[in-house]
Design a protein around this ligand. Structure first.
Ligand code: CTP
Ligand code: CA
Length: 232
């Protein structure tokens, strides 16, 4: 069947999405990671593509497949993710769903770190990773619409509002990733369900608990709505 223009409201729009965790190497055989599965970010990339967007997904290491019809760049570390995202600018919108590691080791050991009798465990020196969202939120080539996520286990709204301001985002999608969030057995991280609140300058919108695919569809529709007023 022929599709009407209204069914592809994001046609002609380039949208960057980050998804998954990052891995920060310690030595050739070990890394620091987190529990992100990439399910929510990949679902958002797919939902945006379904609305006609030219989606550029930058994904950390995940076990799920690249979304169909989405140009996907695979990276490992936060610094690689940042370089890949900035190389994709300019864009009409950017959605930062990745659970980027906040810290990396100060220096990656070229050799596997060995146990040494009597010395005890090594002290890992950590340094902060660049904030990819904040970099794009304050970039000379800032997309018209910048959307972040906020994974919280406490003071969710207060923290989400602070992130909105600090990172220069238009929206923060806040989700409760605590074990007591009441979402499935797996919880938000790794599970298939999510309950989010959309935090923006104009207030807070609460969405009921739903599947990650439905969160993605609703978020894609919201992005299409917001980009309506922006020239293609
Ligand atoms: N983010 C990012 N680069 C980082 C850290 C976070 O782009 N180095 C993005 C995430 O993709 C998300 C948003 O920033 O869209 C918030 O991530 P979150 O981990 O909740 O916030 P942080 O600023 O890292 O603060 P904290 O982890 O201390 O709560
Ligand atoms: Ca973080």
């Amino acid at each position: 069947a022929l599709l009407g223009g209204g069914e592809k409201p994001l046609a002609g729009r380039r949208i960057i999405v980050t998804s998954g965790p990052t891995h920060e190497p310690i030595d050739p055989v070990r890394y620091i990671a987190n529990r992100s599965s990439g399910k929510q970010g990949h679902a958002i990339a797919a939902a945006l593509a379904k609305l006609g967007a030219d989606v550029r997904l930058v994904s950390g290491p995940v076990t799920i497949a690249d979304p169909v019809g989405v140009a996907t760049t695979h990276v490992e570390t936060a610094r690689q993710m940042q370089a890949a995202v900035e190389a994709l600018l300019p864009a009409d919108a950017a959605v930062f769903v990745a659970a980027v590691a906040d810290w990396r080791t100060a220096a990656e050991s070229g050799e596997k770190i060995k146990k040494v009798a009597g010395e005890g465990p090594p002290a890992l020196q950590m340094v902060e990773n660049p904030d990819i969202l904040a970099g794009v939120g304050h970039h000379a080539k800032r997309p018209a619409l910048v959307v972040g996520f906020a994974a919280e286990t406490q003071s969710i709204l207060k923290n989400a509002e602070a992130k909105l301001k600090k990172k220069g985002a238009d929206f923060i999608v806040a989700n409760d990733v605590s074990q007591g969030s009441g979402i499935g057995e797996a919880g938000v991280m790794g599970g298939d369900r999510n309950r989010v609140r959309i935090v923006s300058k104009s207030g807070i919108e609460e969405w009921p608990e739903m599947g990650k695919d439905e969160v993605a569809a609703r978020l894609a529709a919201l992005i299409a709505e917001k980009l309506k007023t922006v020239a293609v």
